[in-house]
Design a protein around this ligand. Structure first.
Ligand code: NAD
Ligand code: MLT
Length: 527
């Protein structure tokens, strides 16, 4: 497997990737222009970036063999997630490794802002001794409003509490019990704005958080509030912050991130009460080692064991869950593949029922796998677990998933019903033992079969001689039968059979079978 590392990655991460047992061929090419990267991408299956490489739709379109993009860090806003997902490329990040470092940077900036340390340093370096000019404020007993109480927000809360600050938080996606237990009770957004002496943001930048702090919000704040942003530029409207500072509403701001990086000529950073760092939130030796090691290990797990961790466009699975889910993922894909080949017409709707123990597992994965098996017979695009649900949605195929705890006759069962513009069909399957994928039903007729290789599926009126005749036709055409599985609902009623064969059945042989009046339907299948 070929991996391209297109940004500077710590040596510890590179060592892990390059060690012999990992079996990966790693190329480190940093500083490539977008056009150079487009040319470079085709042979690589994996790409590792930090924040410098902008993984655009053009780069993704050129990456014919790319399976996974690893971001050594948290924010994936330098990666076109939509384009990657549509092409079935997994995007994963390394969310743990730099959280402490970034929380420490936030606290450092808050203290430096309060005691005007950068300004005082410049003054001394300018050979001055302006003792009276840099009067500061204590953080002790002050209220810190934390917007976004995720990994970093929590670490900031903990550290601020150690400094004797009162912490409050706004985060619509965590429970108030959780926030309470972190010592940062949830308050409404406006209340946080009104009560805080310091406000720090720790959300990702999304459509919802872009310009979360703008003119209106600054108006609602306490006079003399101080603002810290170690999350993403653009969560704070820089023009509105500039105006709020000039008006005296905001006493100071500490910014590690900017709407445009580098910020260039920006009047905001000319202000005396603004202190800045050039996106250094994660810039410690420890954090850079951590994220590089994290992403290198995740890449190796993916290419060696198919294990996906910290994917942002696919539910994550640890090795233990993967071991449990793997056989069901295979079963789901095979059921989808079988149904796709049995059906005629354009696919309109898919109904999936999960019964029994399987319902406790991550069924989104199973649905994605089933849709992959189903859609790859209808759609000539690269389809995998990452994009199958999106492609189904985009094609107007309605997908419903029902989870039922009762188990019918099996400890776990997946039943798929697919509706096309011509017909409706269904298949159901289970695992025998822990790994053995079995079909147990076609169109509500019980029938047990192993789902693998070349097969013939046919329907007939239940009567003597049918199996013999099919065997003769296949035998005359030198097609060896590996197994035969029969099913019927009632004696003399509709019967079905799945015949496993050792080679593909030619169209001419299929035509011979279909020509026999007793055969109501015959299809060849390859799984
Ligand atoms: P996280 O996902 O653990 O936490 C984000 C939190 O924001 C979540 O709890 C979420 O519920 C909350 N949130 C989402 N939308 C919100 C909204 N509209 N209002 C309030 N809260 C909202 O992420 P994290 O690891 O804590 O990282 C937070 C941010 O910090 C990310 O944007 C990341 O890129 C950035 N970051 C910056 C640096 C740096 O170098 N400056 C380093 C690391 C991380
Ligand atoms: C991140 O999202 O991890 C940080 O912004 C750090 C970085 O970009 O290097």
């Amino acid at each position: 497997m070929k991996i391209l590392v297109s940004d500077k990655l710590s040596a510890k991460g590179l060592e892990i990737l390059q060690k012999e047992r990992a079996g990966l061929e790693v190329a480190v090419k940093t500083g490539l222009t977008p056009a150079e990267l487009v040319k470079e991408m085709p042979p690589y299956q994996g790409l590792i970036v930090r924040s410098s490489t902008k993984v655009t739709a053009e780069i993704i379109a050129a990456a014919d063999n790319l399976k996974i993009i690893g971001r050594a860090g948290i924010g994936v806003d330098n990666i076109n997630l939509e384009a990657a997902t549509m092409r079935g490329i997994i995007v994963m990040n390394a969310p743990e490794g730099n959280a402490i470092t970034t929380a420490e940077h936030t606290i450092s900036l808050m203290l430096a802002l309060s005691r005007k340390i950068p300004q005082a340093t410049s003054s001394i370096k300018g050979k001055k001794w302006e003792k009276g000019k840099f009067m500061g404020v204590e953080v002790f007993n002050k209220t810190l409003g934390i917007i976004g109480l995720g990994r970093i927000g929590r670490l900031v809360a903990q550290r601020a509490q150690g400094l004797g600050m009162v912490t409050i938080a706004y985060d619509p996606y965590i429970s108030s019990d959780m926030a309470q237990s972190l010592g940062a009770p949830l308050v409404g957004f406006d209340e946080l704005l009104a009560r805080s002496d310091y406000i720090t943001v720790h959300t990702p930048k999304t459509n919802e958080t872009a310009y979360l702090l703008g003119k209106k919000e600054f108006e609602k704040m306490k006079k003399g509030v101080r603002i810290i942003n170690c999350a993403r530029g653009g969560i704070i409207d820089e023009k509105a912050l500039y105006e709020a500072m000039v008006s005296g509403k905001v006493a100071g701001a500490a910014l590690d991130v900017f709407e445009q990086e580098p910020p260039g000529d920006n009047p905001l950073i000319e202000l005396d009460a603004v202190i800045c760092t050039p996106h250094l939130g994660a810039a410690t030796e420890e954090a850079q080692d951590n994220v590089a090691i994290e992403i290198a290990q995740q890449m190796i797990s993916f290419f060696k064991h198919g294990e996906v961790k910290n994917a942002v466009n696919l539910p994550s699975m640890n090795a233990e869950l993967y071991a449990r889910m793997g056989p069901y993922i295979t079963l789901a894909e095979k059921l989808g593949g079988l149904e796709a080949q049995l059906l005629e017409g354009g696919l309109k709707e898919v109904k999936i029922n999960y019964y029994g123990e399987i319902a406790e597992l991550e069924t989104r994965y199973l649905t994605a796998s089933l849709l992959k098996g189903l859609l790859e017979h209808f759609i000539k695009e690269r389809i995998n677990l990452v994009n199958s649900a999106i492609i189904a949605k985009e094609r107007g195929i309605k997908v419903t998933e029902t989870i039922l705890s009762q188990t019918e006759n099996y400890s776990s069962l997946i039943r798929l019903e697919a509706i096309t513009d011509k017909e409706t069909g269904s298949v159901a399957g289970t695992l025998y033992g822990r790994r053995d994928a079995r079909l147990v039903e076609i169109n509500n007729i019980p029938l047990e079969a192993i789902l693998s290789g070349h097969m013939l599926v046919f329907y007939n009126q239940d009567m003597p001689g049918v199996i013999g005749k099919i065997g003769t036709i296949l035998g005359n055409n030198k097609i060896n039968i590996a197994g035969m599985n029969l099913g019927r609902k009632t004696i003399g009623g509709m019967a079905t059979a799945l015949v496993s064969v050792d080679a593909e059945i030619p169209e001419s042989v299929l035509a011979e079978i279909r020509a026999w009046p007793i055969i109501l339907y015959a299809k060849k299948i390859k799984l």
